[in-house]
Design a binder for this molecule. Structure first.
Ligand code: HEM
Length: 183
């Protein structure tokens, strides 16, 4: 609220927008990460066993959930100067859609990209973006993921999928609409 740059402060409206942004950025993404993660674990029960046997896999499991089902599938940038990407000219002002989900399944970077493997290393996924605008909440989200999956499968070791999950048809935000499980 006190931040100031070149003598300018945020207006009340801008501050309110920041609050709404923080809520969306931090809440919906984490919710979808956890629900997608539960779904992928339940579809791959051998990965649950691995995590139950070796709690040390909690970190790489969180990264694999984030890679496999990026909660934000598309990010955007606008070029500030004339440039080229992979030989394609981009005049200044071009809006670029970055397909994070596709990058996360790039076979040149991830062997067997469609395999959900909680031991995958290295796992340099793009789910938090990159560069100066990398997700400000990435450390918090990673902690949430580690705790959520480890505790869930420790406390409910017989958790099972009862029906295929219903996924929402949205393009940018990936969302599990319904997940029927039994304990
Ligand atoms: C699984 C959870 C999350 C995912 C997948 C996620 C993903 C992202 C992505 C893709 C970006 C854009 C980065 C870029 O443009 O390069 C971003 C930005 C941001 N995220 Fe997250 N996010 C998550 C959780 C959170 C949480 C928990 C918070 C805050 C408590 C948060 C706050 C922000 C903020 C403030 C930005 C803007 C950073 C900037 O523009 O400098 N995010 N996030």
């Amino acid at each position: 609220m006190d931040a100031e740059a070149d003598g300018e402060k945020l207006t009340e409206l801008e501050l309110l927008h920041q609050c709404i942004f923080m809520l969306n950025a931090g809440h919906e993404t984490s919710t979808n990460m956890i629900s997608h993660g539960i779904h992928e674990f339940l579809r791959n029960p051998s990965e649950i066993t691995k995590l139950q046997v070796d709690a040390g896999l909690a970190d790489s499991a969180a990264e694999e959930v984030l890679r496999y089902q990026a909660p934000i599938q598309i990010n955007n940038r606008r070029s500030t100067a004339d440039t080229k990407i992979a030989g394609m000219p981009l005049p200044a002002g071009t809006v670029v859609h970055l397909m994070l989900g596709a990058g996360n399944r790039d076979p040149a970077q991830f062997p067997e990209p469609d395999l959900f493997d909680i031991e995958r290393r290295p796992n340099r996924h793009l789910s938090f973006g990159l560069g100066v605008h990398i997700c400000a909440g990435n450390t918090l989200a990673r902690i949430e993921a580690r705790i959520a999956f480890q505790e869930l499968f420790r406390r409910f070791p017989t958790l099972r999928l009862e029906a295929p999950a219903k996924l929402a048809g949205r393009i940018r935000f990936r969302e599990v609409e319904e997940l029927r499980v039994s304990l």
